[in-house]
Design a binder for this molecule. Structure first.
Ligand code: PLP
Length: 394
């Protein structure tokens, strides 16, 4: 069998239309296929490679850790250098109440841990989430993802999950003394970059505090500079009780975390003890990569200029076939006339060597989320290419 046949037959498929690009290597803003063709990675492997592919500092940290030790023990037993360095680093970039990190392997796992922690800490059962949200594909994370189509074949899911509308002030009255937590994306990603008002986020925070409900902010997609600040919640002047992070945390390596206060987090150590367990969570190589990744963001001032770059993209992509662009930092959703036109545009861009992608809950729209390292010149070149694709659409 050739590689394509093996991919389609021996590797589990979840989409009937995989892009099927065969990868040779990746570097910075570019991914190269096995024919040597270069592609602008304008989605950062879906909000992962915020500092570009294979940053030398991340590679060095990985290599150094490879020479020291790999896995030694399940999470939380031994003191491992890369884990404590990462916990300290996260502590230094997060608000005062978010002191303590629990490391996991992915975004969905960080959501699972956060939901369990909120139930355990409050002793309550009800969870509130938002319509059109996406928090991951495991049973718990799927239960709080407001996409009925994706949920329907996998029921029963978690009980006591109720949905409210994102950015809908009136719906906040559903949060009561019975609610363990509200889980919400600070900016809804897969709903097509939905940005809530300042007043809504402030009222949400207040309502949670008033009712003793924990506020879980999912910054798995918005984290690590994507929206123009380290985390999007900084732009709302609010702080969550539990923060979920993953994706761009590891600089291209798989790692996630849920972060809270020591007081809240401590309840995972008793009744029952080992309240959350993971074998591989906080793998030393991934933690070393994550520390280097955060240092790169800081040392290279990568967040500076993100807002301006995003606004430039928005401006350069205003074309007669574009209905609306929602943008915050380098996170953009471009609405077109129909699903079919979106398909044509995504495919047209691919032919031109520009990788874009769809959204889960917004089919007539495509996403752009390039590495924060993209230059103004590169933005101009890519947007020129995308405009040529817009011109060619029938
Ligand atoms: N939360 C948000 C906001 C996401 O965008 C995603 C993934 O797209 C997840 C959670 C799930 O993360 P993972 O795919 O690492 O499980």
């Amino acid at each position: 069998m050739n590689n394509k046949e093996i991919f389609f037959n021996y590797q589990a498929q979840t989409t009937p239309f995989p892009i099927g690009l065969e990868i040779e290597r990746a570097e910075g803003l570019f991914i190269y296929d096995t024919n040597g063709k270069a592609y602008y990675d304008m989605v950062s492997g879906l909000a992962v490679t915020n500092i570009g592919h294979r940053h030398p500092k991340v590679l060095n940290a990985i290599k150094k850790q490879l020479d020291t030790h790999l896995h030694v023990m399940p999470y939380g037993e031994f003191i491992q250098g890369p884990q404590i360095k990462l916990a300290e680093k996260l502590n230094s970039i997060l608000p005062d109440n978010l002191t303590t990190s629990y490391f996991v392997n992915s975004g969905a796992e960080s959501v699972e841990g956060a939901l369990k922690l909120a139930k355990r800490y409050t002793g309550r059962q009800e969870i509130i989430a938002c319509h059109k949200s996406y928090h991951g594909s495991t049973h718990g994370a799927l239960s709080v993802s407001g996409n009925l189509l994706k949920q329907s074949a996998f029921k029963p899911l978690l009980p006591n999950v109720n949905f409210i509308h994102f950015d809908e002030m009136d719906d906040l009255s559903n949060i009561t003394e019975k609610t363990a937590c509200v889980i919400i994306e600070t900016v809804q990603g897969d709903a097509g970059v939905r940005i809530a008002s300042q007043a809504y986020m402030k009222a949400l925070r207040e309502k949670c505090t008033e009712t003793g409900t924990l506020l879980i902010l999912d910054e798995i997609q918005t984290g690590f500079g994507r929206t123009g600040t380290f985390f999007a919640f900084e732009q709302y002047n609010i702080t969550p009780d539990i923060l979920c992070i993953a994706k761009a945390l590891g600089g291209g390596m798989p790692i996630g975390a849920f972060v809270s206060s020591k007081e809240i987090m401590d309840c995972l150590t008793n009744n029952p003890m080992l309240g959350h367990i993971t074998t591989f969570g906080g793998h030393p190589v991934n933690c070393a990569a994550a520390v280097a990744n955060i240092e790169v963001i800081e040392e290279e001032n990568l967040i500076e200029g993100v807002k301006e770059k995003g606004e430039l993209m928005k401006q350069l992509l205003s074309h007669k076939i574009v209905k609306e662009i929602r943008q915050i930092g380098l996170m953009l959703a471009i609405d077109l006339e129909s699903d079919e036109i979106t398909q044509q545009v995504v495919e047209g861009c691919m032919k031109k060597g520009i990788i874009t992608f769809w959204f889960l809950s917004c089919p007539a729209s495509f996403r752009l989320a390039p590495p924060l390292t993209i230059t103004t010149k590169e933005i101009e070149l890519v947007c020129k290419g995308i405009n040529e694709v817009f011109d060619s659409v029938k």
